[in-house]
Design a protein around this ligand. Structure first.
Ligand code: SF4
Ligand code: SF4
Length: 146
């Protein structure tokens, strides 16, 4: 296999700006595992958790389950001091910014850095650590309702 642009690793350290949890409309799509961890963490049953904190998003051929947003587009779990469910936050959040489309090439990585000030700062993640983050999403695909 040819070399990838992050052969020597990539730097990332969250600066706590909360931009990725707020500011503009977006989705945090949930896998079954995410729903289980969140509902267990909040001591709720699956359906109550979905009814209280989630919305069903119509994608056309199928539907997906995303966290709710507040009127100002903050994630429903964003509170003073950060994420209310941080220890059991969804994999989409936990693995950011090491997402497949962000890691497609150096241009995508640099482009993401224009909205995330933690990119190219602080801790150096090795290629192996980056791939481990990518692999965390495998088998954790968002729920798709046909
Ligand atoms: S946008 Fe980047 S720096 Fe800001 S909270 Fe999200 S991960 Fe952290
Ligand atoms: S679940 Fe937590 S980390 Fe994920 S978007 Fe909401 S507030 Fe941010």
């Amino acid at each position: 296999m040819g070399s990838c642009f992050y052969e020597k690793g990539l730097k990332f350290e969250c600066q706590g700006c909360n931009y990725c949890c707020s500011s503009e409309p977006g989705y945090v799509f949930l896998s079954e595992n995410d729903i289980k961890r969140l509902s267990d963490g909040l001591s709720m049953d699956r359906q109550s958790f979905i009814d209280t904190y989630c919305r069903v998003v119509d994608m056309g051929a199928f539907k997906m389950i995303s966290l709710l947003e507040k009127d100002n587009y903050d994630c429903i779990f964003l509170q003073e001091g950060g994420c209310k469910v941080y220890p059991y936050r969804p994999k989409q959040c936990e693995t950011y910014p090491f997402w497949a489309h962000v890691l497609e090439d150096s241009e995508s990585w640099e482009a993401e850095g224009r909205s995330c000030p933690g990119i190219n700062k602080g801790k150096l993640y090795t290629k192996k650590e980056i791939e481990a983050k990518l692999n965390q999403r495998l088998g954790n695909e968002p729920v798709m309702i046909l």
